[in-house]
Design a protein around this ligand. Sequence first.
Ligand code: MOS
Length: 730
Amino acid sequence: MKFEHPAGANPIDRMEVVGHPLDRVDGPLKTSGLATYAYEHQDLPQAPAYGVIVGAGIAKGRLVSLDLTHAEASPGVLAIVTADNAGPLHLGRHNVAPLLGGPQIIHYHQAIAVVVARTFEQATAAAALVCPRFDVEEGVFDPEAARRDAPLNTDDDAENSSGIGDFDKAFAEADVTLDQTYRTPAETHAMMEPYASIAWWDDDALSLWTSNQMIAWGHKDLAKTLGIPKEKVRLRSPYVGGGFGGKLFLRADALLAALGARAAKCPVKVVMQRPLIANNTTHRPATIQRLRIGASKDGTITAIGHDNWYVNIADSSEDTSTNQTQYLYAGANRMTRTRRAVVDLPEGNAMRAPGEASGLMALEIAMDELAEALDMDPVQLRIRNDTRVAPEDPDLAFSQRHFVECLEKGADLFGWDQRTAPGARREGDMLIGMGMAAAFRNNMNVTSAARVMLDGKGGVTVQTDMTDIGTGSYTILAQTAAEMLGIPVEAVKVELGDSNFPVSAGSGGQFGANSSTSGLYAACMKLRAIVCDKLGLDADHATFDKGKVIQGNRSLDLVDAGPLEAEDKMEWGDIDDAYQQSTFGAHFVEAGVDIWTGEVRVRRMLAVCDAGRILNPKTARSQMIGAMTMGLGGALMEELAVDKARGFFVNHDLAGYEVPVHADVPHQQVVFLDEVDDKVSPMKAKGVGELGLCGVAAAIANAVYNATGVRVRDYPITLDKLIGGMPIPT
Ligand code: MOS
């Protein structure tokens, strides 16, 4: 099925099941431990052995020798796989650095060996006896130094270098201008479940339990890396304990489990040690962003310029932190430019809302600063610069844009009119401030397929390789099938995350919910036609309701159609380009700052969102509050600190890399505008999982400024950056 025209009325509009705040269908499995995660599977052909990864202790250079003598002689050791003995390996399409390194070392903690032993303890002990010798090469590790050398990405069609009008002239002539530079640090995904896989071979066929967001990508890349046909590989990832973009790609745990199992001739389990994750895998790249905005005295933006230097290795994908600047505010003269500051650190790549998450951290402080320079309310400044069309392409209208409603509703609900001048509100030892920021994230639609089967006894099974990374995919897919077939949600069984199932969009880019349910919609439409055919009804005029198929005065039991199945996919036609598809929101934050210590406590958070139809308000709210919590971490805590001499992230475990805990998280309120977007899909839904993060950190930064009068432009906003500028307590 192809989505080419705005959706008309369809079975989803009944909203008997879709749109209701159902509990997660997988909730009882998760709370009782019956949802089996990658490392926990017991149903293996033989008892498994354990693989432990050895990471390189240098950032750049050559592995000159690797002495395995002591490790091999260590008790219980079955095999040690290195680049020397692994056989030919190829680079996966989504990998930049080889997952098994050597002799060339490209980044710190790049895997150089996996030690396989009978027990985990034996493998850990033996891994410590592996003796590498390196020739260290000099590298560039200092982001600021790399930025000074960063060439402009001159490629005219580089996605994130764009503009219209004459920015320089308009900026020079503007009544009021803002020119500031903001810094966001590298962040690690810090998901609860580490990267983990169990692999085994049956002759030349490989099976894996793994933890991966994108089954089809992992499946293809594992086959490609090993140089075997993908028909010989089966990848399963039914439950994922968080990914945030870190598990979009094939990672070392999966490859090394496969290689270890081949060498040891038994199933091998590999969990990536927590301290390896930050440097071995990908992270959100650091950015240095210069914002220049010019406005007339009434607050109308006349010039907006965004230069982004992102800190990454030479072959990385391009950072998209200028994205929201191309779409969010009106203004006739605009310019965005993206440059890579090349370093020899580990590869930066996608992390939740890649681009907008770090871009709004800069843009939305800049807007707060501009509002102050204009002596204008920050909410009003944003309303003044709303636009109905993509500002760089005036012929391109938004499919839906209720940004102003989000701002107005948020300001009203939050009590924004109670906001004081900076530093003017004190309660005991706390200075109290309010801040706000816009949320924006583009909507993407990705081809997605599903299979749906009637068992002829009232039960329905859905199969797709879609993943549930803690997001609620099982639940919204069950709701979609129940709605489409007119059956109770309890009658639907959803099976996910298996490379034998039809290929879905996977979980990424907040496209998963809308795309995967649309794929299931297509399969259900096909099944409805087959059912009607079988029952002698006309699918165009039949309704499916309460286990019946009804047409005119005829009402037949769905079970009488017998066992039937259908498979289809949803693809998107030109409509994707005919409208600018985006999601919008507004974040409001109240923060207290201790007047003696500079410690920040966020006291209240509110998000108002415009993201099309909300398929399940409960799981969507959970996505939102999780994202808002992540934004709190980004504002106040999260930073991968760079060792600029040796080239690695120093705080590479959860003791040194701080994320919010429950005690850090205040009251969070989430409001969804009651909207549907008929231009995006038959589900009329978009995504919220990333929108929820976009703008949060800036809203907190602005609240801290309002509390203290101290403007911090360098995340995270830790107390050392505040304390010197704080008012002297009395
Ligand atoms: Mo997302 S960063 O595409 O998992």
